[in-house]
Design a protein around this ligand. Structure first.
Ligand SMILES: NC(=O)c1ccc[n+]([C@@H]2O[C@H](COP(=O)([O-])OP(=O)(O)OC[C@H]3O[C@@H](n4cnc5c(N)ncnc54)[C@H](O)[C@@H]3O)[C@@H](O)[C@H]2O)c1
Length: 459
């Protein structure tokens, strides 16, 4: 039987899990069910070894789990019971057919719409939590309207802006919550019900309501703008390396202009993550679809610049190690696409490792949280020599170079004197995140290459 105070989220991933845990924590009078077709993931959500690593997440889950937060693979019963259904399934880039390599693959999304029709006995609110192409709500509404039970479904858009690594803090104290609805009486009534949930802990002025298309588009644009800042600063880092300007100094001085601000202006090996590339390519695809080729090309360049930066980094490693890394041990510190997560989707580390493997290097990888994902990502490199290490000192022992590919805080705290003493000489550090103290490392004997800075070498 449907209960007005039961919320379901379909998809127990990086978004569905943390988002629903926080809603359950803040709204103890709601029953919150998180359902997924992946039994392994659901089982892990029921233990203290959660399927994703996110600081603070376990505490939130433990407070609500079994009280008003439940994890299940029984998607169909949960659909029947819930009045509000958030859909947070994956929407990767299509790899086949029309729009391959750009458009979103909406097969998982559409499957949930069909499950909802089949297993609903009452009217429901369906909330798009996944990131979707603009006007998906229209397609979703059409599918849902096609039910022959006389049921009415209101489709809302409520994109998620959390960042992995800070998901709990972002959900606790979001910059804004966005809810989009059809501008109809029933659309407005449904919107109000979702707004009421967030209003339990988010100040009213931070809850923005818009039409459903603006809401869908805002998520794509937010990610495109964030990624664009990284690509912009990375493009200048290449320029700095040619001119002895220092990207750290340039970006600090630029960021002190209050109109520009300081966030997302750190030069690096490139951005990763499951979203930026996929969402920009989706935006590009939509612009092409609506016959806006100039707009499409403008945004596509953000992705191209990122690929250039990854390639440039890997090439710089090989070139500066006397044009060969064959047979040399290279320690990779960090495989996650950013710090404080175990997520490696689209991580620059994948590309860099692939290139080093092609060059026949012996690779030793250490990451505090992402080793299991790294093994899966690199499983196709069957003829490469790759060692997965639990200890950074072991990874660096006998290595010719260390590559910093994730900005884990602990990388700044290692005893680099000890590390240097056990490395092959000349010893190199390529800091792909600009987090280390280059001068200190140089004084220890390292040849230090950072992004967008003049190398410090003894050669
Ligand atoms: N990861 C992020 O930081 C982030 C941030 C904002 C928005 N998003 C968006 O949120 C969506 C989800 O992303 P994610 O990172 O959580 O993905 P994910 O791959 O971690 O999780 C998606 C889950 O959906 C499940 N699923 C797929 N089809 C299903 C079905 N028919 N029934 C039940 N479960 C099903 C999968 O098994 C998987 O566990 C994407 O659209 C993404 O673009 C992600």
């Amino acid at each position: 039987m449907q209960s007005e105070k039961t919320i379901l989220c379909i998809g127990a991933g990086y978004v569905g899990g943390p988002t629903m845990a926080v809603i359950a924590d803040k709204c103890p009078d709601y029953k919150v069910i998180v359902a997924d077709i992946n039994p392994k993931r659901i089982e892990a959500w029921k233990t203290d070894d959660l399927p994703i690593y996110e600081p603070g997440l376990l505490d939130v889950v433990k407070r609500a789990r079994g009280r008003n937060l439940f994890f299940t693979t029984d998607v169909f019963s949960a659909i029947e019971e819930a009045a509000i259904i958030f859909v947070s399934v994956n929407t990767p880039t299509k790899t086949f057919g029309s729009g391959a390599g750009r458009a979103s693959d909406l097969q998982y999304w559409e499957k949930t719409a069909r499950d909802i029709i089949e297993h609903s006995k009452d009217n429901k609110i369906v909330v798009e939590k996944s990131t979707l192409p603009v006007r998906t709500a229209e397609a979703m509404s059409r599918i849902l309207r096609s039910n022959d039970k006389g049921l009415k479904f209101e489709v809302l858009s409520n994109p998620e802006f959390l960042a992995e690594g800070t998901a709990i803090a972002d959900l606790d104290n979001p910059d804004r919550v966005l809810v989009g609805a059809m501008q109809t009486e029933t659309g407005m009534a449904a919107l109000q019900k979702v707004v009421e949930i967030y209003a339990r802990w988010v100040p009213k002025e931070k809850i923005i309501t818009t039409n459903v298309w603006s809401s869908e588009l805002t998520k794509l644009v937010s990610n495109a703008m964030l990624a664009q800042r990284i690509s912009s600063v990375n493009s200048i880092s290449a320029f700095c390396e040619k001119t002895d300007a220092n990207i750290r100094e340039v970006s600090k001085a630029v960021s002190m202009d209050s109109r520009i601000g300081s966030k997302f202006l750190n030069a690096s090996v490139g951005f990763g993550g499951s979203c930026f590339k996929k969402d920009i390519l989706n935006l590009v695809y939509l612009c092409e679809h609506y016959n806006l080729p100039e707009v499409a090309q403008y945004w596509e360049q953000v992705v191209k610049m990122n690929e250039y930066q990854e390639r440039r980094f890997a090439k710089r490693v090989v070139e500066n190690m006397f044009n060969t890394v064959a047979g040399k041990k290279i320690a990779v510190f960090g495989f996650a696409f950013k710090a404080d997560t175990g997520d490696t989707r689209e991580s620059p580390a994948i590309y860099v490792t692939e290139l080093l493997a092609e060059e026949k290097a012996n690779i030793a990888i250490y990451d505090p949280k992402a080793i299991e994902n790294a093994k899966e990502d690199l499983a196709h490199l069957t003829s490469a020599t790759i060692e997965y290490c639990n200890d950074p000192y072991q990874a660096a022992e006998g290595a010719h170079a260390i590559l910093i590919l994730t900005e884990w805080k602990e990388f700044k705290e290692y005893d680099y004197k000890k590390i240097y003493s056990k490395m092959n000489k000349p010893a190199f550090i390529f800091d792909g995140r600009n987090i280390l103290n280059t001068k200190e490392l140089y004084e220890l004997g390292f040849n230090v290459f950072s992004i967008g800075q003049t190398p410090l070498t003894h050669l």
